[in-house]
Design a protein. Structure first.
Length: 131
């Protein structure tokens, strides 16, 4: 449900900065989202299938990748590393895209996971701020 709420919010906003939804966002470009897809499947070179919860494409060539976790427990480092792998695979598949990685965890993040996100430029949120 949170995935759909966030995807709908992306679709309904005309122009916005990603920092309206996520903290630690380093790219403050005003986005004009033109296409939002949910549950997008990608495949690693070795054939492993992966799923991105939300892929939102902006008219400026930026692509927002969002992982959504609706658990009560805090997300740990392992989940962040798994998401970072998906981001890297996406970048390999679409080398011309400017990728903005974000993670919505309704249970929050462990300190270790938060540090990882900061280091790798992953925007974070523990609730949907802007609707």
């Amino acid at each position: 449900m949170a995935e759909n709420m966030l995807a709908t919010a992306f679709r309904s906003k005309k122009r916005f900065s990603l920092s309206k939804f996520f903290q630690n966002v380093t790219d403050n470009t005003t986005l004009n989202i033109q296409k939002v897809k949910e549950r997008v499947h990608i495949q690693r070179e070795d054939g492993k299938n992966m799923e991105l919860d939300i892929v939102a494409q902006s008219s400026c060539g930026r692509v927002v990748l969002v992982e959504v976790k609706k658990t009560q427990s805090k997300m740990g480092l392992n989940k962040m590393e798994d998401f970072q792998e998906k981001v890297e695979v996406y970048k390999t598949l679409f080398p011309d895209a400017i990728v903005l990685a974000t993670y919505l965890s309704l249970g929050g993040f462990t300190e270790e996971a938060g540090d990882f996100c900061l280091k790798h430029g992953i925007g974070v949120a523990d609730k949907i701020e802007e609707l």
